[in-house]
Design a protein around this ligand. Structure first.
Ligand SMILES: Cc1cc2nc3c(=O)[nH]c(=O)nc-3n(C[C@H](O)[C@H](O)[C@H](O)COP(=O)(O)O)c2cc1C
Length: 191
């Protein structure tokens, strides 16, 4: 039998608004058939998921190939020798962003991000807050200088979005681009 090994990606959800972004990413990664997702949801992420997409709770869980509890600091993705292609925090709260910037790895989510940085793997933070304070901007600048990709879910209009789903898919497309994957319906600028 022709067995193709899937690539592993850590997909973490923290308590910023935008759980739909995580759901769309997980849907697209599942559709591609090439990814094994390792999902971690923070305490804040549980609250926003429940508030923003309560009807998709079961679907969300079913889309996680491996679901890790945030308290499980001994999980596979807590170790650098466990191979992954990188990690996405989507959406990323300012608290989680501060925790990553400070290296304060007291949860699995923060530890996995810490590992991703130390192993020099791509770490994408879909940082969501508005307006941004000097503290937020300082933490983002520090992380960006280390090579972390700060990818705020900022709306674009050049692709003529007709729905929230269109706007969300553009962000999913930008995230997947980092990992060499194409999202369905993602519109690229071609001049
Ligand atoms: C409905 C809701 C929306 C929120 N949106 C944001 C947000 O967009 N950005 C942010 O930084 N925090 C937001 N928060 C606050 C965070 O959830 C809170 O700071 C929490 O402690 C983050 O913890 P975590 O990063 O461990 O998930 C929101 C909270 C709720 C309940």
């Amino acid at each position: 039998m022709n067995h193709v090994e899937k690539k592993r990606l850590v997909v973490a959800v923290s308590g910023a608004s935008g759980s739909l972004l995580a759901l769309d990413l997980l849907r697209q990664l599942r559709t591609s058939g090439r990814w094994e997702t390792h999902v971690i949801v923070s305490r804040g992420g549980q609250v926003t998921l429940e508030h923003e997409i309560p009807k998709n709770r079961e679907e969300f869980l079913a889309l996680a190939d491996v679901y890790h509890k945030n308290e499980d600091i001994g999980a596979s993705v807590a170790g650098g020798s466990y191979k992954t292609e990188g990690m996405v925090v989507v959406p990323c709260s300012m608290k989680t962003l501060a925790g990553i910037a400070g290296g304060y790895a007291d949860t699995l989510l923060l530890r996995a991000a810490d590992v991703t940085i130390k192993e020099r793997r791509p770490l994408v933070l879909v940082a969501r807050e508005t307006p941004l304070s000097p503290i937020h901007l300082r933490n983002m600048a520090e992380l960006a200088a280390m090579g972390v990709i700060i990818l705020p879910p900022v709306m674009g209009f050049y692709h003529h979005p007709r729905s929230v789903e269109d706007l969300v898919r553009q962000i999913t497309g930008r995230i997947m681009d980092v990992f060499g994957e194409e999202a369905e319906g993602y519109t690229r600028w071609s001049g």
